[in-house]
Design a protein. Structure first.
Length: 223
């Protein structure tokens, strides 16, 4: 049986719960490690490239996991092909570093741990995947657009190196953000134990923070 609370709230209200539960961690993520330097326009291209490289395994795992569940009713509005970012990340890294980008940029332990956590979230009913879709994709649709402008200015990157932030198959970005947020809330309410999804969203932010810190420390150590 579903939680009593879940039966009395609407999809957007659950999305609000996700935002409220993760707000402090969200702020910390923006003020910590490599992402803080990137947002302030203080990161060099090597730091940004390393950060992007280490996000890639998480996206690859998330996309594989969501695709495997794309025909399940709760995930039909979540596994949206237009949101997939892994190919764009790889294209941006090729643009910045050439075909040898995989050799030049190492995968750090925090990156592998983050991807492993997403794989674990796919086990069972897969409900915890919703938390990772919330953190990653809604982050890209919102703050990612700010990052694009900052990176273009601070690093002088061309549009060909910033395709990670482009959603060419989405016509109205603002309305899509709203509908996707509602879709995550609606999908969450189809499952038992919504608290697991809320806690997983916090865990996802913690993994992002750990990855960001490790990237910054590595970049400083090898500068």
């Amino acid at each position: 049986m579903k939680d009593t609370q879940a039966l009395s709230i609407r999809p957007m209200e659950f999305a609000d719960l996700l935002q409220d539960r993760t707000s402090e961690l969200h702020r910390k993520a923006e003020r910590t490690g490599a992402i803080a330097h990137i947002l302030r326009g203080k990161a060099g291209i090597e730091t940004y490239g390393l950060y992007l490289r280490n996000l890639l395994p998480a996206y690859e795992q998330l996309e594989v996991s969501l695709t495997q569940r794309a025909n399940e009713i709760p995930f039909k509005g979540i596994a949206v092909p237009a949101l997939r970012r892994s190919m764009s990340i790889a294209a941006d890294l090729r643009e910045m570093y050439g075909v040898s980008w995989r050799d030049r940029l190492p995968v750090l332990p925090a990156s592998a741990t983050y991807a492993s956590r997403i794989a674990d979230a796919a086990v069972g009913d897969g409900s915890r995947l919703l938390a990772h879709a919330y953190v990653r994709y809604l982050g890209d649709l919102n703050g990612g657009q700010i990052l694009k402008r900052v990176l273009a200015k601070s690093l002088g990157l061309s549009s060909a190196a910033l395709t990670f932030y482009d959603f060419d198959d989405i016509v109205e970005l603002e309305s899509f953000r709203t509908s996707y947020r509602s879709a995550i809330g609606g999908a969450a309410l189809a499952f038992d134990e919504q608290d697991r999804i809320l806690e997983e969203a916090c865990t996802a932010f913690r993994h992002n923070i750990e990855l960001s810190v490790e990237v910054q420390e590595f970049a400083e150590a090898t500068a």
